[in-house]
Design a protein around this ligand. Structure first.
Ligand code: 5GP
Ligand code: MN
Length: 331
């Protein structure tokens, strides 16, 4: 780590134009780590923008207004010029440029920019000039915190930066219930708590955000759309287009639902299938040593972490579910 920190400091020792990128369908870790790192670099005198490829659920809009700005990439001249003229690119919370969809076309145009990865997904692509890749870390936000500390920038952490980092640490661990809940995580939280963040208020903002429709949808799914796979420790939930229109489904409404079957004693693998216009979007979760990252890579054009992965399937809901059951049988 020390040598990489030296390299990072060398690369950022004079004022630069810096573009930070995070992944499609950005989550709390993407937005929290991205805004925090942007604010640190801005305080160090750099000209920084934080781009994401598409929008985020409305319950996270406050992150944009209070901790941001977050630039949703629009391919306007303003955005393209900034990326074309950037000296440094940071890629946060993703292991490959393919995770930013169409935005990657604009990134590859700038061959001068140094590409720096800060991430906790396994198997990063071999395309970065400098890599902070820690698959055992529970969030990218925790890695950002450790980099800030290792650089000696802790004094730059203000309430907004601490809040962003806390958001990522909390959301990527299901509010500190899964993942690598090691002492370093709790030490980081303890230090962030000293920066004026209101954890009780953040719990409300991050988790007590159901609409009435969303709560009814959850009831419907648990009653009618949750299936236990025979002779296995797996369960899945599927959400059809009709279910979505019946409950006024909005982006983010199914966030976290895939974890719910794992609350059942004896269920160790869970999947969520959502029908979209283009494909079936799949989320996979597991307990312990069961590797759903491998399943996502082999069967669903995806990837992620050992216990939390996702992917896409283009041959309809029934085939997606059959493929999942087949993968369970082979596991
Ligand atoms: P989620 O189920 O919450 O959408 O995603 C869980 C994890 O799987 C995330 O860490 C994310 O990085 C990964 N993931 C989700 N969808 C995809 C995908 O389409 N491709 C890849 N490579 N990873 C994905
Ligand atoms: Mn993450």
């Amino acid at each position: 780590m020390n040598k990489k920190i030296d390299t990072l400091k060398e690369l950022t020792d004079k004022p630069s134009r810096i573009a930070i990128f995070s992944h499609s369908n950005p989550d709390g870790d993407a937005l929290g780590s991205g805004t925090a790192w942007m604010n640190i670099l801005t305080k160090l005198g750099h000209d920084v923008k934080f781009f994401v490829p598409n929008s985020y659920p409305s319950f996270m809009e406050w992150i944009n207004t209070e901790l941001g700005p977050i630039d949703i990439f629009t391919a306007t001249d303003d955005h393209k010029d900034f990326i074309d003229e950037a000296d440094i690119f940071f890629f946060l919370d993703m292991n490959n440029i393919s995770r930013i969809d169409g935005l990657s076309d604009y990134i590859v145009r700038n061959t001068n920019a140094k590409k720096i990865l800060i991430d906790h997904h396994p198997q990063p692509a071999n395309i970065f000039d400098l890599e902070f890749s820690f698959p055992d870390s529970s969030s990218t936000s925790l890695i950002i915190y450790k980099i800030i500390a290792a650089c000696g920038y802790e004094d730059l952490i203000d309430t907004a930066i601490a809040t962003g980092l806390y958001v990522g640490m909390s959301t990527d661990t299901g509010n500190f219930t899964f993942g690598n809940l090691d002492p370093e995580l709790y030490n980081a939280v303890a230090n962030l708590a000293g920066n004026g963040i209101d954890i009780a208020e953040l719990n409300i903002r991050l988790y007590n955000i159901y609409s009435k429709d969303r709560m009814r949808l959850l009831g419907h799914l648990l009653d009618k759309r949750m299936v236990f796979v025979d002779n296995s420790d797996a369960a899945y939930i599927y959400i059809s287009k009709a279910d979505q229109s019946d409950f006024n489904f909005r982006q983010g409404d199914s966030e976290g639902f895939v974890n719910i079957p794992l609350n059942i004693d004896g269920i160790n693998i869970s999947a969520l299938f959502i029908q979209t216009n283009e494909c079936i979007k799949i989320s996979l979760r597991s307990k312990g040593e069961i590797d759903v990252n491998r399943m996502a890579r082999e069967y669903f054009n995806g990837g992620g972490h050992k216990n939390a992965s996702g992917g896409k399937f283009y041959k309809g809901m029934d085939n997606a579910i059959d493929t999942f059951i087949e993968a369970i049988r082979k596991l």
